[in-house]
Design a protein around this ligand. Sequence first.
Ligand SMILES: [Fe+2]
Length: 316
Amino acid sequence: MTYALLTPGTPTPTDPLAYFGPMVAPRTAPGVEQRPYELFDLDPVTPTIGAEVSGIRLGADLPDEVIAELDRALLEWKVLFFRDQDISRDDHRGFAARWGELEQHPFFKYTQPGQSDADVATLAKDATAAGTENIWHNDVTWHTRPSRAAVLRAVEIPPVGGDTLWADTGPAYDLLPEDMREKLDGLTAEHDWIHSFGKGMDPADVERLRPHFPPAIHPVVRVIPETGRKVLFVNVAFTRRILGMSEDESNALLRTLYRHIMRPELQVRLRWRKNTVAMWDNRICQHYASSDYHPARRVMERISIVGERPAGVTAD
Ligand SMILES: [Fe+2]
């Protein structure tokens, strides 16, 4: 089965999916009132995704009104960038905790028993450990409750390269043809870690972890409770198949959606500096860490916030 995407323009003769022309979609859900930000400056980087926030220092002690306005900005812009945040791990942790319970990586208690401080994950890449996060994904969608959000701080960055990209899955959904959206609304997909994390693990560990982490089933179209926004919730790293379809049909549909999500109009790209912080809503955007800097060193610290069970279009 093939799918035509709703985009004005002309497919090229050699590739029916290579279309061109305007790709414009609303930044927020219908009915969301556009209000100015009063407690910090916000400078958009693209029309729908990514904004640089200035005028605040991140920490646990930010006033409730600032957190509430940042929360609104996060829903509206999906990923926020904060420059020059020379903050401590406690500041980092305290800031993230304003959004809810901090997440330990679900595997952690099984792979590193007895170790604490697992809520701050240090992601260090160098000549001996190349970056492998250059695949589009939402974090831990193979879990029944994937992360709500993440706060990532650049500790050490290469002279050039190592950018991170985010893709806006609300407009990605909106830009699909109506009949395709209707079809997707009723579908669910299986997400699994075996084909990504599992590849680099000792088979004995895979066997040990498997009973704790069976495949998770999530709606293909996720509805964000705060706004009612529908977003595409399948990703090339973890989604294994769409239920109720043959493998060929599922693969063809997923490939079409993945390719759609990779359109530059749906993306923002961040060039990091030391002490840049990015905070993203892991429910409404995907991310990709460009792995173009090996063997240079890149060190990041990430804290994730526990999320809810994804809701679909029809309540179950
Ligand atoms: Fe990630």
